[in-house]
Design a protein around this ligand. Structure first.
Ligand SMILES: NC(=O)c1ccc[n+]([C@@H]2O[C@H](COP(=O)([O-])OP(=O)(O)OC[C@H]3O[C@@H](n4cnc5c(N)ncnc54)[C@H](O)[C@@H]3O)[C@@H](O)[C@H]2O)c1
Length: 282
């Protein structure tokens, strides 16, 4: 037996792939998820595994989390549970604060009583990066920009973790993800552009893409396949780095190129479905 890892948000898009990796690597895994956006379907194959346990719980429930720590005694925490929408964080900053920071603080309280060895905390590269002008590129050395409640709570979490890791003697790694795509991704929100396009193209429905005078192919993002993110989690579970790592490709991909790539994959052409990628100029 390698290690006991507690995965929060393990029934979600990325978390479920992380749980699969840990099982393949020989870990004992306890997945905590309140199923607010995650699904049991995402982990249904894992439920048959002896080394996998699923507990439906809210990470904000400190009594329940303390009981989970007491019985499971994890040595690694892999923290993926969060509300992940920048827009929702602006609409309801208290909800964002309670989950993204309050939930983390519950875990840190549990660790004070039941020590761990490593903590992997998922933050956001996109939400913390600065607004780019012209041909400028984001740099890892840029000072994080806190332009939304989501960015503030994710960044505050990084800082809390740093303090508690040195005070309570555990190692940690912060992974700042770029835009992740892959199987089980929910087709909504700011990050869900790939499944939104896939669903529209397969259903022969047009998609609306926003373009701008200085961005004729629409906005650009750094898109990372979920399998690469899983590999990053595998590596930092073996060896923590006690700092922040950005997980991205470094490549800027325009939204129209994503759309055209998906069309190619499904061997479709715009005129196949009577509609087209409607580019709306702003
Ligand atoms: N998807 C991306 O491109 C992206 C980019 C940057 C960072 N992230 C971060 O990665 C993590 C996973 O994101 P995802 O895209 O897999 O989203 P997701 O919504 O599929 O996963 C989040 C999971 O957390 C669970 N959850 C939410 N609140 C909870 C609570 N209070 N208690 C217990 N479980 C709770 C949800 O049910 C869900 O299963 C998040 O921390 C998100 O901020 C994602």
């Amino acid at each position: 037996m390698k290690n006991r890892v507690l995965v929060t948000g393990g029934a979600g898009f990325i978390g479920s792939h992380i749980c699969e990796m840990y099982i393949e690597e020989g870990y004992e895994v306890l997945c905590v998820d309140n199923l607010s956006s995650g699904k049991v379907d995402n982990i249904c194959l894992l439920l048959a595994e002896e080394r996998f346990t699923f507990v439906e719980a809210d990470i904000k429930d400190s009594a329940k989390m303390m009981a989970i720590f007491e019985s499971f005694r994890p040595n690694i925490i892999n923290h993926h549970a969060a509300q992940k929408s920048v827009v929702s964080s602006i609409e309801d900053p208290i909800y964002d604060l309670n989950i993204n920071l309050g939930g983390l603080l519950v875990l840190l309280r549990c660790i004070q009583k039941f020590p761990i060895e490593k903590f992997i905390y998922v933050s956001s590269g996109g939400a913390l990066s600065k607004v780019i002008e012209g041909t400028e590129k984001s740099k890892e050395s840029d000072t994080p920009q806190l332009l939304s409640p989501y960015a503030i709570t994710k960044y505050a979490g990084e800082k809390y973790l740093d303090i508690y890791a040195s005070t309570y003697g555990f190692e940690y790694t912060v992974l700042r993800y770029a835009n992740i795509y892959g199987p089980r991704q929910i087709p909504d929100g700011e990050c869900g552009v790939v499944p939104i396009f896939v669903n529209n193209i397969l259903a022969n429905k047009p998609s609306v893409l926003m373009t701008y005078a200085d961005m004729p192919k629409g906005c650009t993002r750094d898109y990372v396949y979920v399998g690469d993110v899983v590999e990053a989690n595998r590596l930092v579970s073996e060896k923590a780095v006690n700092t922040v790592l950005n997980i991205g490709t470094g490549d800027e991909i325009a939204i129209l190129d994503i759309y055209n790539t998906i069309l190619d994959v499904f061997e479709k052409k715009c005129y196949d479905y009577g509609g087209r990628a409607t580019c709306r100029r702003c």
